[in-house]
Ligand binder design. Sequence first.
Ligand SMILES: [Zn+2]
Length: 286
Amino acid sequence: MPEKATRKRRALPVRWEELTASDFPKAVRRAKGVCVLPIGVIEKHGPHLPLGADVMAARAASVRAAEQEYAVVFPRYYFGQIYEARHQPGCIAIRAELLTELLQEVCSEIARNGFEKILIVNGHGGNINWLNFFCQAQLAEKRDYVVYIARREWDEKTAKQIAGLRQTDFGGHADELETSWMMAIRPDLVQLGRAGDDDGRPLGRLEHMRDAHTGIWWYADFPDHYAGDARPAKSELGELAVKGWANGLAEVVRAVKKDTAAQKLQDEFHERAAAPVSDKTRRRRR
Ligand SMILES: [Zn+2]
């Protein structure tokens, strides 16, 4: 008897690894086929934050979003673009071909499990170019799923509040803001007393080459893989940022759930791409 009662009360988990195989099909249905994939990397985060900080943040925001608008959230995905931190202890930087192949394989495994929509939530700046390329490269083959990348972080009001609370006006990695959101989600992993051990101000060593880009650009500015000054970080700022991010993501999940156009367009595109010469669907101006 009590067992039955427990069964009824138990909410369907949003975290993929917390679901049972028997509840999995129900979760896919409730999620309307949307799986959220939080991506980061394992890299140094200044002298004071844990190596997995950005994927922890992406996953925390994803889980909070999925609790508002149900979706299944994939486990932390650590394998992203991070060659620029290979000189720092603890960094895992996988070669480019495998990196992309692995992510494709994971997406196709997610899809094989019934999901038709994969929403990537990225927590690491160094992944942006690679993920945009990955998303574009989905058109190389016909697929029965759509990969989306969440673009929205927080609304204007939250952005203003964040700006109002921030004390530093530069950063980008392990900085005041990133440290603050770690203080909000995992305060036990933040060693704020060490935030001043390294210098995170940009060195501008390639300032003379502004019109030509090169892969060593980040190292040129931030050789210690710390961009910012995290000393004024505070959990109040972090809570605001994570909450704002989660709310924005919940809206993205809602929009992705509703979307029926992307898959149809993909199918139409591949039909035309299979035989461009005999294609009759060209939209001529009358
Ligand atoms: Zn990062």
